[in-house]
Design a protein around this ligand. Structure first.
Ligand SMILES: C[S@@+](CC[C@H](N)C(=O)[O-])C[C@H]1O[C@@H](n2cnc3c(N)ncnc32)[C@H](O)[C@@H]1O
Length: 289
């Protein structure tokens, strides 16, 4: 099988592509993962499916435009062939191109370990950006209402008892004072900085008085690389008796650290109950006063 056993999926802001870590090789996959490529307008030659430039562009959510992809074909970086005078590539060629692209474009920090086992999340939980691996839903099942603007991310999340709703955290469709707890598990790194304040205000609004907002995220330093325009990390997440290996990457267009989120929360009226930095990741627990 082409991808053996993918262990780690990495979400990329806007691209919503996936990167899979295989034997420590960073492989950029597609959000509509290659096993689901049948939806594209590909051509079939001798039982092999070939995808054109427009298909590839869609697959990577326009991270590269059609001209850039064509150039990669011309330079031989995508091993393709012309069918009806248009560049096409098969699954294997796209996969290995994306693998190379990930190596070229994503700056990875070391794998970070996180143990959720003893983390207290009480009552009805609103999980912000709860698509993808849906870690909080895997941990707290029926307690969770997971929202994510990206339908596919919710559909792809492992089955759990959570209620999944397509919704943007900038505009929560809940009444005030609805939730006991809100969580953002490596979600803020994907939300443009310009929207952070609005998202925090919305979370504050829908939390009950004394409700808690628990956030996990990563230190993102100043971008120090011209070549790497994505910042990524692999996570080893322990929840009671299981371990989830997961990777995330985001456009490297921002800097963030725990202090930044503490200040933001305080400015909105949250009280900080707990804050902890461990290696490159941090954990914050706030209370709505
Ligand atoms: C890397 S995932 C976070 C991981 C996820 N919490 C998990 O457990 O796997 C980031 C998620 O944030 C979502 N997201 C991006 N912008 C958002 C927004 N404005 N409101 C809510 N979710 C958002 C993305 O669609 C994506 O599914």
């Amino acid at each position: 099988m082409l991808f053996r056993t993918p262990q780690i999926k990495i979400f990329i802001l806007f691209l919503f592509s996936k990167i899979t870590n295989l034997n420590n090789k960073k492989v950029l996959l597609l959000r509509k993962s290659l096993k689901k490529l049948s939806g594209y307008c590909m051509k079939e030659v001798d039982d092999v499916k070939f995808y054109d430039v427009a298909d590839i562009c869609e697959m990577i959510h326009k991270y590269l435009n059609e001209e850039e992809i064509t150039n990669y074909f011309e330079e031989g970086k995508i091993k393709g062939k012309k069918i009806d005078n248009k560049w096409h590539a098969d699954k294997e060629a796209i996969d290995s191109f994306l693998e190379e692209l990930a190596k070229e474009k994503v700056f990875f920090i070391d794998t970070q370990k996180i143990d959720l086992t003893n983390i207290k999340l009480e009552g009805r939980i609103l999980d912000i950006g709860g698509g993808g691996e849906g870690v909080i839903a895997q941990f707290k099942d029926e307690q969770v209402v997971a929202i994510d603007p990206n339908k596919k991310e919710l559909e792809d999340a492992p089955h759990s008892g959570a209620l999944n709703i397509i919704m943007d955290a900038k505009e929560l469709k809940f009444l005030d004072n609805t939730f006991d707890t809100a969580t953002a598990f490596f979600t803020m790194m994907y939300i443009p900085v310009i929207d952070h304040k609005k998202v925090f205000q919305e979370i504050h609004r829908v939390l009950k008085l004394n409700g808690e907002f628990v956030l996990w995220d990563v230190n993102i330093p100043d971008r120090n690389s011209k070549e790497k325009d994505l910042f990524g990390l692999n996570l080893e997440i322990k929840i009671s008796d299981k371990t989830i290996n997961r990777g995330f990457a985001t456009l490297w267009d921002k800097e963030q650290d725990m202090q930044y989120f503490s200040n933001l929360a305080k400015s909105i009226g949250f009280k900080i109950l707990e804050q902890k930095v461990e290696n490159e990741i941090f954990y914050l627990r706030y209370r709505k006063k």
